[in-house]
Design a protein around this ligand. Structure first.
Ligand code: NDP
Length: 246
């Protein structure tokens, strides 16, 4: 059983979907969770975790706001004295074929999905380097590995996370910090509900394991990478996709 007792973990995009499941599972394994999302959006996640006997608090964090990452990490360290795990999960899509894609939609997706991970990871490394330990986990996507028509911005951001994580992994490995990526396949959340509505069966038929993934499937992979069980794993991409891309 994975034990994260005493660890402090910050999860972005923790208001719903995959981020919420990650926050809940980290807390269920004993971590003190800081659930982040815009405004008050992460409050219900923190309340549910607390009601279930876990340790969690909600923080307001728009990952695209300049200076927000540094302030959020500083607040966590001021309150808890440490930051052990950062999960860069917040993400958006703005799908369009490239020829019609607006520059604003490119910038928005790269800003939320990739540049925010840069700012948060940079800020998180400061306390982690001091502690000579830490776990950074980025949530990429199968699309960052395979590409997908209509998602050039999203795929670029998710592929970018992989190169980013591998590079940072090399920079900080000697300090006991690991940096890894989880690449989910098609997971049943708000993000994919519009896409798959009415066609769940069709999508599932194309997945070797014959079902969509659940947020909890992703949370299990994140808990593993955050734990001592994964202490010799860094710079890796863990695909959790039911076999849809190998
Ligand atoms: P959802 O759309 O269900 O949730 C997105 C989360 O990101 C919300 O918590 C939202 O918080 C947060 N978020 C978005 N923009 C910002 C912002 N500017 N600042 C802070 N938080 C923000 O998505 P999923 O749970 O499906 O996806 C989570 C991650 O997993 C994403 O990175 C996504 O790309 C990735 N992924 C998802 C797959 C899927 O099939 N669902 C497949 C592969 C990867 P708020 O309440 O503030 O809006």
């Amino acid at each position: 059983m994975i034990d994260l007792t005493g660890r402090v973990a910050l999860v972005t995009g923790a208001s719903r979907g995959i981020g919420k499941a990650i926050a809940a599972k980290l807390a269920a394994r004993g971590a003190q969770v800081v659930a982040a999302a815009r405004g008050e959006n992460a409050r219900p996640t923190a309340d549910e975790i607390t009601a279930a006997g876990g340790k969690a608090e909600a923080v307001a964090l728009d990952v695209t706001e300049s200076g927000a990452a540094e302030a959020a990490i500083a607040a966590v360290v001021a309150k808890h004295g440490r930051l052990d795990v950062l999960v860069n999960n917040a993400g958006i899509t703005k799908d369009q074929l490239l020829l019609r894609m607006k520059r604003d939609d490119w910038d928005a997706v790269l800003g939320t999905n990739l540049t925010a991970a840069f700012a948060l990871t940079q800020a998180a490394l400061k306390p982690m380097l001091k502690a000579r330990q830490g776990r950074i986990i980025c949530i990429s996507s199968v699309v960052g590995q395979s590409g997908n028509a209509g998602q050039a911005n999203y795929a670029a951001s998710k592929a970018g996370l992989i190169g980013f994580a591998k590079s940072v992994a090399l920079e900080v490995a000697s300090r006991g910090i690991t940096v890894n990526v989880v690449a989910p396949g098609l997971i049943d959340t708000d993000m994919t509900r519009a896409l798959t509505e009415g066609a769940h069966g069709d999508w599932a038929a194309r997945i070797p394991l014959k079902r969509l993934g659940t947020p909890d499937d992703i949370a299990s992979a994140v808990c593993f990478l955050a734990s001592d069980e994964a202490s010799y794993i860094t710079g890796q991409v863990l695909a959790v996709n039911g076999g849809m891309y190998m």
